[in-house]
Write a protein that binds this ligand. Structure first.
Ligand code: NAP
Length: 241
């Protein structure tokens, strides 16, 4: 499992993680899931990882993350997390367990790559966004789109404390204002500002091939570069459907 080391500014720091909001569930623990888990552990959260092949296949990542991490089934990770990150190939979103996520804040990182996911008519016709698809699958959950527009290695690299001149921002979208505040606080704790781009219907503004997708954070495959909230806002505003 090739999850990059995260920047060390908050390693071991439990600064500000609220009691009662300390466990992050991961449905999918690959490039993005593993990186979010690593940032979360560094910020003092507990994480419960899951994937499609079973908890035993995640032992290497659990060992890497240390005592604040454990692996479980997807349903168990969903039940354990106060915030749950769904970070699977989009074609697998229908497998995400529904009942244990009822009432919870769910962060959706998924992007649509037809060559991987197959054609999804509602996305091809712009009748839906990826975030709306997951929200429809999880009607009792509060889905917030996030982490979908940054390459995982840049995500690992660019975390900085609040107030840093090099602080990077990530766009979020969602239909529930309180859930977006929860996600904003989570992002803040793990090293990022949040830029609210509106409801899930607007999350097309951050999808693949839009100006805010990958490029503001540095070249894909190259070193990361900080992108401020103003830079992210401008790129989001320039998106065309
Ligand atoms: N890579 C990036 O930099 C990046 C950036 C932003 C957004 N994204 C998007 O975020 C999502 C995840 O990307 P990734 O690069 O992290 O993918 P990845 O490295 O391929 O990891 C995918 C994870 O999802 C798990 N998974 C697959 N099917 C599942 C199922 N039915 N139930 C539970 N878990 C399942 C996989 O488990 P198994 O290995 O056991 O199958 C694996 O842990 C994708 O939609 C991607 O487009 C990726």
């Amino acid at each position: 499992m090739g999850v990059l080391p995260v920047t060390t500014w908050n390693r071991g720091g439990v600064v500000g993680v609220r009691r009662g909001m300390t466990t992050i569930g991961l449905i999918g623990s690959g490039n993005i899931g593993g990186t979010v888990a690593k940032l979360a552990v560094a910020a003092g959260y507990d994480v419960v990882l899951s994937n499609s092949r079973g908890p035993e296949t995640l032992q290497g990542l659990v060992d890497e993350l240390g005592p604040k991490a454990r692996a479980a089934t997807s349903a168990e990770a969903a039940a354990a997390g106060e915030i749950v990150v769904v970070t699977v190939p989009l074609k697998a979103y229908g497998d995400v367990p529904v009942a244990p996520l009822a009432g919870k804040v769910v962060i959706d990182t998924n992007n649509y790559y037809p060559e991987r996911d197959g054609q999804i008519a509602a996305l091809d016709n712009d009748e839906s966004t990826t975030g709306e698809l997951l929200q429809r699958h999880l009607p009792e959950s509060k889905v917030v789109k996030g982490f979908n527009n940054i390459w995982f290695q840049h995500l690992a690299e660019l975390a900085r404390p609040s107030g840093s001149a090099e602080r990077t921002a990530l766009p979020i979208a969602g239909d529930d204002a309180a859930a977006k505040l929860v996600v904003t606080e989570f992002l803040d704790k793990i090293g990022y500002d949040a830029v609210d781009v509106g409801p899930l219907a607007e999350n097309w503004r951050t999808q693949r091939d839009t100006p805010v997708y990958v490029a503001p954070y540095g070249p894909y495959g190259g070193a990361g570069a900080p992108a401020s909230a103003d830079v992210v806002r401008q790129a989001v505003a320039e998106a065309k459907r």
